[in-house]
Design a protein around this ligand. Structure first.
Ligand SMILES: *[C@@H]1O[C@H](CO)[C@@H](O)[C@H](O)[C@H]1NC(C)=O
Ligand SMILES: *[C@@H]1O[C@H](CO)[C@@H](O)[C@H](O)[C@H]1NC(C)=O
Length: 358
């Protein structure tokens, strides 16, 4: 057996430490691009040509957006991902991949492949007719070919490796499927259904990783029981006041705990993968508990219409809407206002930068 030379080993680790710290010192903002996958929380207009009820490309959606445009974003203005790309210094807005005005240059700094109504369970897609996660992945594959043509194979690999892949999905599987329809509830307990969703998510992350993705930021579920629509359903059912549905919030928290474990497992098993969890639940919960801290005075109702049920086609120009959406956490009965998205984006930004900015 060859004897190991301790001096040699020490000098190697010393050299490693030095090169490591030099790299850290030279660190610059190093996220060149952001790609988003999932549901309406990230969709900036991909559904516009789809035959689905999940449309928001009509006023009053977008009324506080630059140019007062209804782009297909489910909010009165920007989404969290718009604020994120702006905070990262990439651009002002994260466009939809299917935006007709999209250029090759837009692809290099990021686009959204997300589709309102999307979910991890095929049954959810049957209901909503959104693009499922696999279709979104196909579109990413297509985008990747365009990026390769634009900058060459080597640069495109490097770009994808450094890009941030943001995923937000799962709410619709609970909201429109598990809680509303009997089929999955007869097949699975809540916990089993959550495991099923997480398996789908794991395999989605694995397939993105196979395409070269390395940096992931995955949002957990919001407090689903506090979405105005859920609060309304409960108050009608029990003839009680408007309060959050505790059981559904508990389900969201249980899912989020499992999600964090699942992300750690994926990170450990995927080569060079770095996966962070984005805590939407507690950011939103703090808005409900301390609304005035954020300038909100309406918490469990949307700005659009009565704020109790309006969503998509029901939130339209014929219904009355509140005059100042910045006082509301919710824009419609499911989706946050841009004021709330800004707070969420700032919280996400802290998490992202603490993990990826070196
Ligand atoms: C695309 O560009 C046209 C012409 O510049 C503009 O009118 C339209 O609003 C743009 N569409 C989107 C979705 O930005
Ligand atoms: C929700 O969770 C809390 C805290 O763990 C617990 O005290 C409460 O009983 C749960 N509520 C329901 C409806 O399960």
């Amino acid at each position: 057996m060859e004897e190991k030379n301790p001096v040699f080993l020490v000098s190697i680790s010393f050299a490693f430490l030095i090169s490591f710290s030099v790299q850290t010192i030279n660190a610059s903002p190093s996220i060149p691009s952001l790609y988003a996958f999932g549901d309406s929380t990230l969709d900036s207009g991909n559904n516009d040509g789809l035959n689905t009820l999940f449309h928001s490309n009509h006023p009053p959606y977008g009324r506080d957006f630059p140019g007062h445009l209804a782009t297909g974003r489910f909010s009165n203005g920007k989404l969290a991902t718009d604020y994120m790309v702006s905070n990262l210094g990439l651009k002002e807005l994260l466009p939809a991949y299917l935006d007709r005005n999209l250029t090759g240059g837009d692809l290099l700094t990021g686009v959204s492949f997300a589709s309102a109504g999307s979910g991890l369970d095929e049954l959810t897609i049957d209901l909503t007719k959104a693009f499922d996660m696999w279709k979104q992945l196909d579109y990413f594959h297509e985008a990747l070919r365009r990026i390769k043509r634009e900058v060459g194979g080597m640069k495109s690999r490097n770009l994808v490796e450094k890009a941030l892949f943001v995923i937000s999905v799962g709410t619709n599987d609970m909201l429109f499927n598990y809680y509303d329809l009997p089929r999955r509830r007869l097949e699975y307990s809540v916990s089993e259904y959550q495991d099923f969703l997480l398996q789908e998510l794991e395999s989605f992350i694995r397939r993105l990783h196979r395409q070269g993705a390395r940096r992931f930021a995955v949002a957990g579920l919001p407090p689903i029981g506090c979405l105005p629509m859920q609060v309304t359903l409960r108050s009608v059912e029990h003839m009680l006041g408007r309060v959050c549905v505790e059981q559904q919030n508990n389900d969201s928290r249980a899912y989020n705990t499992k999600l964090q474990l699942s992300l750690l497992k994926s990170q450990a098993s995927l080569h060079k993968a770095k996966i962070v969890y984005l805590d939407a639940y507690n950011v939103m919960m703090d808005m409900f508990t301390n609304p005035h801290k954020y300038g909100f005075d309406r918490t469990l109702e949307g700005c659009c219409g009565t704020g109790l049920i309006e969503l998509g086609p029901l939130c339209n120009e014929l219904v009355w809407s509140c005059s100042d959406a910045s006082k509301y956490i919710f824009w419609d009965s499911v989706h946050p206002t841009q004021a709330a998205y800004l707070i969420i984006a700032n919280a996400f930004q802290k998490t992202v930068l603490s993990h990826f900015n070196h």
